[in-house]
Unconditional design. Structure first.
Length: 224
């Protein structure tokens, strides 16, 4: 806070006879924020779990993402290997320190796994989304050592693991979940909402994939 701003606020407090630390006043503010009316939430995503999963898949595929379904987390490495093989890509990936990804049986595949942020020379990356938004087919990824943001943007091919249980109906539910998990004052520095591969139509209004990030987005949904 600048000293000028601090001086202005201090003058206001003196004028109204408060210090800014009154418990009752602070509680009143917290209560008012908590009871603030919610915005309009589209009905499209207000479905049961199976409906949200189906809608997420439909919306994601509509924006050129590809989808694979696996029964459990242990099946993810095989699904990733199959995706790389089917698209004639080298059998190597980079992941962060996410414990769900690290614990997967990569050794049962021929995929070479490297860890840590990308320096821009990785062709393939695997991240885990903290949530998916059914109404738009959007992935939600938070920054940190578990899933470095560089993996979201630098490699050409981004593979994202998403638990079906983490697919919400709307964006508002995602923010509420993040606040519950992280708590006030310790939210992730960056929250990325990713809908399909990177694209742009700025040049001659022709759609180009991979304009600002990965040109391919593949989502592996873990059903259990």
């Amino acid at each position: 806070m600048t000293s000028a701003r601090a001086d202005i606020l201090a003058n206001i407090r003196r004028a109204i006879g408060v210090s800014g630390n009154e418990r009752i006043r602070n509680q009143a503010v917290d209560d008012r924020i908590e009871r603030a009316p919610k915005g309009v939430i589209p009905a499209r995503g207000q479905l049961d779990a199976e409906g949200r999963k189906a809608l997420f898949r439909d919306r994601a595929e509509a924006v050129q993402a590809t989808i694979a379904l696996v029964a459990k987390a242990e099946d993810v490495p095989a699904a990733v290997a199959e995706y790389l093989r089917a698209n004639n890509l080298p059998a190597n990936i980079r992941i962060g320190a996410d414990q769900m990804l690290v614990a997967m049986p990569w050794e049962k595949t021929a995929v070479d796994v490297k860890s840590g942020p990308s320096d821009g020379h990785d062709l393939n990356a695997v991240s885990r989304a903290v949530a998916g938004v059914a109404e738009t087919g959007t992935l939600v990824l938070t920054s940190g050592g578990d899933n470095p943001t560089t993996l979201n943007f630098l490699p050409d091919n981004h593979i994202v693991v998403l638990r079906a249980a983490d697919i919400t109906g709307d964006y508002e539910s995602v923010w509420a979940r993040l606040r519950r998990v992280h708590g006030k004052g310790v939210m992730p520095r960056t929250v990325n909402f990713i809908t399909g591969p990177s694209r742009s139509a700025d040049i001659e209004q022709k759609l180009q994939l991979g304009a600002h990030g990965p040109r391919n987005l593949h989502v592996v949904i873990v059903e259990a």
